[in-house]
Design a protein around this ligand. Structure first.
Ligand code: PMP
Length: 419
């Protein structure tokens, strides 16, 4: 019979080492916030396909729309033959994106591709080469995205040389001991030491860092970046691949910043598990590349377009923006209520919540974090970590999670941390 163990052995023989896997199980089925493996074990899912499942596993409405589309056609290549759901999704995203004035949008397949295309568009608009990104930022695994990513291990080591010119400024956060003044000073230093601002095409930042540890950009820092970009004609890009699509209590996290980007990305929870990403931006910038300069064979796949349209309906119908805030507040109250010295900084915007584990000296406790993940897995709860020091647990539970399942998951965390 097929077991997790037997499949793991087959996996090891044919898949490369570089492709890691967090959990030694193989999925059989999944529903909302629960997953079952091929041996019938049940898991509560606080990982959500790495923040892709804000609307849960196999939401019936999304599945139904995809079924309907599946019976019509599955691929024409959007650059060859048009289809309405592509245009409709672009219209809806342009309506919702927190950018004023005339907007345009188009689709790719992955988050990394959306980021790559933002850089292409910014370069076409400005005819400049340089890009500024941030320490701890994470933008994808393709060559340019890897260059933009502000973390060497395991993402960049041995994969160079990196495409450039790309320079990393400091990301300000109290828990990182970086002030906004220091971060702005680091930008100033880049302009003095590395590249003249007149040669910078774009600046890219996540409104809430994802892989980097759920650190939040403040409205004042966003405003400062906006001013610097305006002064020098630099295109400001918000990467909302992870923080977008209802995770933080608004459809886009940057709605809470009071600052508009010129371009923005969306992916992950945009289509609830179907591969699609978006670039949305000011029309005058989006139209800079020449005809034929943008696209991709599979980009804007119709199954994913109808899924994304269904996701937007589900977010409204099921009040997932309010639910996101409720879930975040609930988890924060729960963690604070444990009153444990091993729990360090807790940060969240809506349900985009991370908490740090620290030792008795207040230092990052990676061992405790690894231990919590391992014990949680044994007890049927899937947890992921993030952050520069690997000691933050990030919660990416579906916003559609039932109260009982959420509580069950939290109780597992409690039993481990209080043992
Ligand atoms: N940007 C951000 C902020 C991300 O979190 C990710 C994925 N973790 C990406 C880009 C890349 O997305 P993908 O893995 O779909 O290429």
């Amino acid at each position: 019979t097929t077991t997790n163990q037997s499949l793991l052995a087959r996996r090891k023989a044919v898949l490369p080492t570089g492709l890691g896997v967090a959990f030694p199980i193989f999925a059989e089925k999944a529903k909302n916030s629960e997953v079952w493996d091929i041996e019938g074990n049940r898991y509560i899912d606080f990982v959500g396909g790495i923040s892709v499942l804000n609307t849960g596993h196999s939401h019936p409405k999304i599945t139904q729309r995809v079924h309907e589309q599946l019976d019509k056609f599955t691929h024409t290549a959007a650059q060859m033959i048009n289809y309405e759901c592509y245009v409709e999704l672009a219209e809806k995203l342009c309506q919702k994106a927190p950018i004023s004035g005339e907007k345009k949008a188009f689709f790719l397949t992955t988050g990394a591709e959306a980021v790559e295309n933002c850089i292409k568009i910014a370069r076409a608009k400005t005819r400049r080469p340089g890009v500024i990104s941030f320490v701890g930022g994470w933008h994808g695994r393709t060559l340019m995205c890897m260059s933009l990513t502000g973390k060497v291990l395991p993402y960049k080591k041995n994969f160079g040389p990196m495409p450039g010119p790309v320079f990393h400024a400091l990301f300000p956060a109290e828990e990182l001991n970086v002030t906004e003044a220091q971060a702005l000073h680091s930008l100033e230093m880049i302009f003095q030491a590395d590249i003249d601002p007149s040669e910078v095409a774009a600046m890219i930042i996540e409104p809430v860092q994802g892989e980097g540890g759920f650190h939040q950009v403040t409205p004042s820092f966003a405003k400062a970046l906006r001013e610097i970009c305006d002064e020098h004609g630099i295109v400001l890009i918000f990467d909302e691949v992870q923080c977008g699509f209802a995770r933080t209590g608004t459809l886009f996290a940057s709605e809470q910043l009071g600052v508009e980007p010129d371009l923005m990305t969306s992916a992950k929870s945009l289509a609830g598990g179907y591969p699609i990403s978006a670039v949305i931006g000011r029309a005058d910038i989006m139209d800079a590349p020449q005809v034929g300069g943008l696209g991709g064979t599979y980009s804007g796949n119709p199954l994913a377009c109808v899924a994304a349209l269904a996701v937007m309906e589900v977010i409204e119908e099921e009040n997932l923006l309010e639910r996101s805030i409720e879930i975040g507040d609930k988890i924060e109250a729960f963690l604070k209520g444990l009153n444990l010295s091993s729990i360090g900084h807790i940060r969240h915007k809506g349900a985009m919540l991370a908490f740090e584990l620290i030792d008795s000296d207040g230092k990052p406790d990676v061992e405790a974090t690894t231990n919590l993940k391992a014990k949680a897995f044994e007890q049927g709860l899937l947890l992921a970590s993030c952050g520069m020091f690997g000691n933050a647990i990030r919660v990416m539970v579906p916003l559609t999670v039932e109260d009982e399942v959420l509580q069950e998951g939290l109780d597992i965390i409690k039993s481990i941390l209080t043992a």
